[in-house]
Design a protein around this ligand. Structure first.
Ligand code: NAI
Ligand code: MG
Length: 367
């Protein structure tokens, strides 16, 4: 039977960009014989409006069974006043938690045609292609004890706990080494082993996994603060970076801005390999629901299209077809096709969301 794909367009520009991705998916079915069993369902505010919850148990079950989940974006001003328990982002958090998606893959890739868009100099970023692997389900965002309590002097104490176990470190390290083998065989692990116990354990465990299972991969270690500097100074020195939840949050946002617009950035969140060898997987653009441009046909669909390319590569073992799709995007950009978010101040005339979809399909046809 065909591999299965659950599509959750969500809110705001989510459904707009997903419409273009559906056309791309159909193209691969019609022209490359890559058929998927596609199911579409609600998440976020859209699910709340229909069912009073941002993710129903039925949708959760479908996500667990699907070979991959592709999500648009959730949230929007309409839902800002809702109780935290039914907020749109809770739907996304539930998916990540129940699917146990511990490895968050954030590529920072700079297409040559957009190099002048970066906040850095062209030669620093042109052709950049690095991957940050962020641990997503543990660390200081989840560690106990946590809370705000009174101290003895009438003030208060805010507490969070950075906590990592051997297994949590080893499994994300493996994800990074596996990725490195499919890329340029190079991993840099970042922590603060100079000042944090969890950092010492992180460094030792990553080194252990390397020595026992991946001695063929080149491994280096770097303090995360130096890593931040190096990312901005000369990012091309890196290939795969693996780091914890907190440092990964910051370093991946920093790396993202090396490459220009939020409308270009895909991501994948992967869990443990299942019986069929595929990891549990959720693919989504980094951007949110962009309420300021929703409903206007202005959204850039490329982040979501590239998220599907990641699904082709990491869930469906179709690396060559992922390359084909990424090359189509690159060609469209080289031809000067731009949505409004990719225009410099001096302007030009932007294409609509659908116009960008048309251009990508035309480039695929020509591929
Ligand atoms: P946002 O990413 O939605 O938008 C930030 C800015 O980038 C806006 O000016 C927007 O127009 C622009 N932008 C984003 N994606 C774009 C695209 N594909 N094409 C062109 N321009 C694009 O972040 P913001 O404004 O902080 O949040 C808006 C809503 O989205 C909130 O409700 C927030 O909670 C939610 N959100 C959801 C996320 C998710 O579903 N994973 C992630 C981030 C925010
Ligand atoms: Mg962040």
């Amino acid at each position: 039977s065909n591999p299965s794909l659950l599509i959750l367009p969500g809110d705001g520009i989510g459904p707009e960009v997903m419409t273009e991705v559906r056309r791309v998916i159909d193209w691969f079915g019609a022209k490359r014989g890559l058929a998927f069993d596609v199911t579409e369902d609600l998440v976020g505010g859209a699910a709340y409006d229909a069912h009073g919850t941002p993710l129903t148990d039925e949708t959760m079950a479908k996500a667990q069974e699907a070979d991959a989940v592709l999500l648009g974006a959730v949230g929007g001003p309409k839902y800002d006043e809702l109780d935290f328990s039914v907020k749109p982002e809770r739907g996304l958090l539930r998916l990540r938690k129940e699917m146990d998606l511990f490895a968050n893959l954030r590529p920072a890739q700079c297409f040559d045609a957009l190099a002048d868009f970066s906040s850095l100099k062209r030669d620093v970023v042109a052709g950049l292609d690095i991957m940050i692997v962020r641990e997503l389900t543990s660390g200081v965002y989840f560690g106990e004890p946590r809370g705000i309590t009174p101290d003895n002097e009438g003030g208060r104490i805010g507490v969070n706990t950075q906590r990592y176990t051997t297994d949590e470190i080893r499994r994300v390290a493996r994800a990074a080494f596996e990725l490195a083998r499919r890329r340029n065989n190079k991993v840099c692990s970042m922590e603060k082993a100079n000042v944090m116990e969890s950092g010492i354990l992180w460094r030792e465990e990553v080194q252990h996994v390397h020595d026992e299972e991946y001695p063929d991969v080149e491994l280096s270690h770097m303090y995360a603060d130096n890593g931040a500097m190096q990312l901005v100074r000369w990012p091309k020195q890196f290939d795969v970076i693996v780091t914890d939840n907190l440092f990964g949050d910051i370093l991946s946002d920093c790396a993202a801005m090396l490459t220009g617009s939020l409308g270009m950035l895909p991501s994948a969140s992967l869990g443990a390999p299942q019986e069929n060898g595929r990891p549990k997987a959720l693919y989504e653009p980094v951007h949110g629901s962009a309420p300021d441009i929703a409903g206007q046909g202005k959204a850039n669909p490329i982040a979501c299209v590239l998220s599907f390319a990641m699904a082709l590569r990491y869930s469906f073992d179709q690396g060559a077809e992922a390359d084909r799709l990424e090359a189509a995007v690159e060609k469209v950009l080289a031809d000067g096709v731009r949505t409004a978010d990719l225009m410099q101040a001096e302007g030009g005339s932007p294409v609509s969301t659908t116009g960008m979809g048309d251009a990508i399909l035309a480039a695929l046809d020509a591929s």
